[in-house]
Design a protein around this ligand. Structure first.
Ligand code: ASP
Length: 410
C-alpha cells in the first residue's frame, strides 16, 4: 500500500513539475511540443496498445467466472439487472452533476484544427445494430470496442455451455488477463513521466489556466460519487436488502478504505468478501459469485467518471453535446465500465472508447491524466461498494443472509 501511495505522490509531482516547466516554456512552446510531447504520446500509445487484449481477456474471464450456465439464470439475471441499472444511473448522474457544475465551461481550448476530426454522432439505432460484430477478428483489428465487448460476452457464455471442454481455453484467456493486469501495472509506473510529458506542452501552449477547470472535474466526480452511494446504495440496502444504510456503510468501511488507497477493485476483493460475509452476514455462495463478477464488470464509480470527463472534454473543446450524444455516452459508458479491468488507471483507458463513440478529441485525455489518480481513488471506492450492495440485495432475495451473524454484528 505504501508503494502505491508513493506512486500517486509521484504522479502529483509529475503534474506539478509539468505545470511549472510548461509555464517556464510558454515563450518557447516549440521546445515543449517538439521534445517533450513525444514522450507523452508514447505513454498514450502504451496505454492504447493494451486496450483490446485487456478488455477481451478480462471480460471473457468475468462471464466465465459465473461458473455454470444454470447460474446465469436466476442469480445471474438479478445480478446483471442490478449492475446495469445502477451503472446506467451512475453515468446519467455524472453527466447531470457535470452539466449543473458546468465542469469545463470557463475554459475553451482553441478547436479550429480539431474540427476536421470530429465525427458525426451515429444514430442510436446504428449504435445498437453495430454492437454485434459480423467478424470478431476484424472488430479486434479495428479496435471496435463495443463489438469486442459483445463478442467477449458471447464467447464467455459459449465457454460456460461447453463445460469441461472449455477449461483449456478459459485457462489461457485467464493467463492473458493476468498478463494484461501486470502490464497495466507496469505502465502505471510510467505515469508520473507520462503525466509530465502530457501536461507540459498543454500548459506551454495554452497557459496554466488550462488547469483551473480540473478543480471542477474533481468536485463533480466526488459529489456525484457521494450522491450515488448515499441515494442508490442506501435505498437499495434498506428496501431490497433490509439492512440499515448506517450499518451497511459501517461494515463496508475497511473495504472502502482499501479501495480508496489502492485504486484497485481486484486488489480489494478479498477484503470486500470478508466485510460482506462476516460483517453483513451474506452467505458465501452468493458473495463468492456476486463479488468477483462485480469486481470485473460492475463499475459505477468508473461510469460516473466517464460521464463527468466526457462532458468536461466536450465543454473544454467547445463542442456541444446533443441529447442523442448524451444517450450514446450513457450506453457506451455503461458497456465500457463493464469492460474496465479492476486495476488502477483502467478507467482512463476506457475514456478513449467513450470519447471516440461521440467523436470527441482523444487529446482531451491529456488534461484528465494529470488528476486521474485522485479520481481513480474515489471511483474504485464506489465500484466495490456497488458490488457489496448488490450482494446484500441478491443475498436477501435468495435467503442468503445469515440472520444470526446479522444480529451479532448489529
Ligand atoms: N481503478 C478502478 C478499479 O479498480 C478501475 C478504473 O480505473 O476505473 O475499480
Amino acid at each position: 500500500m505504501k508503494k502505491k501511495l508513493s506512486l500517486s505522490i509521484q504522479i502529483l509531482i509529475g503534474l506539478i513539475l509539468g505545470v511549472v516547466v510548461g509555464i517556464a516554456l510558454q515563450s518557447n512552446a516549440n521546445i515543449a511540443t517538439d521534445f517533450i510531447k513525444p514522450f507523452g504520446t508514447l505513454f498514450l500509445n502504451l496505454i492504447k496498445l493494451i486496450i483490446v487484449p485487456l478488455v477481451f481477456a478480462s471480460l471473457v474471464g468475468g462471464v466465465y467466472g459465473l461458473g455454470d450456465i444454470k447460474k446465469l439464470g436466476r442469480i445471474g439475471g438479478k445480478t446483471m439487472v442490478f449492475y446495469m441499472v445502477t451503472t446506467a444511473f451512475a453515468v446519467s448522474l455524472g453527466l447531470l452533476v457535470a452539466s449543473i457544475i458546468k465542469v469545463g465551461a470557463n475554459f475553451t481550448l482553441p478547436v479550429e484544427e480539431l474540427v476536421a476530426e470530429v465525427k458525426e454522432t451515429p444514430s442510436i439505432v446504428d449504435v445498437l445494430l453495430n454492437v454485434v460484430p459480423t467478424n470478431p477478428i476484424k472488430a479486434m483489428a479495428d479496435g471496435e470496442m463495443l463489438q469486442i465487448i459483445t463478442f467477449s460476452i458471447i464467447l464467455g457464455s459459449g465457454l460456460l455451455v461447453i463445460g469441461e471442454k472449455g477449461k483449456n481455453l478459459a485457462g489461457i484467456i485467464d493467463s492473458l488477463a493476468e498478463t494484461m493486469y501486470a502490464i497495466t501495472a507496469a505502465i502505471m509506473k510510467l505515469a508520473p513521466y507520462g503525466v509530465f510529458a502530457l501536461i507540459t506542452p498543454v500548459v506551454a501552449v495554452n497557459g496554466p489556466q488550462v488547469l483551473f477547470p480540473l478543480i471542477k472535474v474533481i468536485a463533480a466526480a466526488y459529489i456525484a460519487s457521494i450522491m450515488h452511494m448515499a441515494i442508490i446504495y442506501s435505498a437499495s440496502a434498506a428496501t431490497f436488502g433490509k439492512i440499515s444504510p448506517i450499518r451497511f456503510f459501517k461494515a463496508m468501511f475497511p473495504a472502502m478504505a482499501v479501495a480508496f488507497t489502492t485504486a484497485s477493485s481486484s486488489g480489494t476483493l478479498p477484503v470486500n468478501m470478508k466485510c460482506v460475509e462476516e460483517e453483513l452476514g451474506v452467505k458465501k455462495e452468493v458473495a463468492s459469485f456476486v463479488l468477483p463478477l462485480g469486481a470485473t464488470i460492475n463499475m459505477d464509480g468508473t461510469a460516473i467518471y466517464l460521464g463527468v470527463c466526457t462532458l468536461f472534454i466536450a465543454q473544454v473543446y467547445g463542442i456541444p453535446m446533443s441529447f442523442n450524444a448524451m444517450l450514446t455516452v450513457v450506453l457506451t459508458a455503461t458497456l465500457a465500465s463493464i469492460g474496465t479491468a479492476g486495476v488502477p488507471g483502467a478507467g482512463l483507458i476506457m475514456l478513449t472508447l467513450v470519447l471516440t463513440s461521440v467523436g470527441l478529441p482523444l487529446e482531451g485525455i491529456a488534461l484528465i491524466a494529470g488528476i486521474d489518480r485522485i479520481l481513480d481513488m474515489m471511483r474504485t471506492t464506489v465500484n466495490i461498494t456497488g458490488d457489496a450492495c448488490c450482494a446484500v440485495v441478491v443475498g436477501r432475495g435468495e435467503g442468503g443472509i445469515d440472520d444470526v451473524k446479522e444480529k451479532t454484528a448489529a
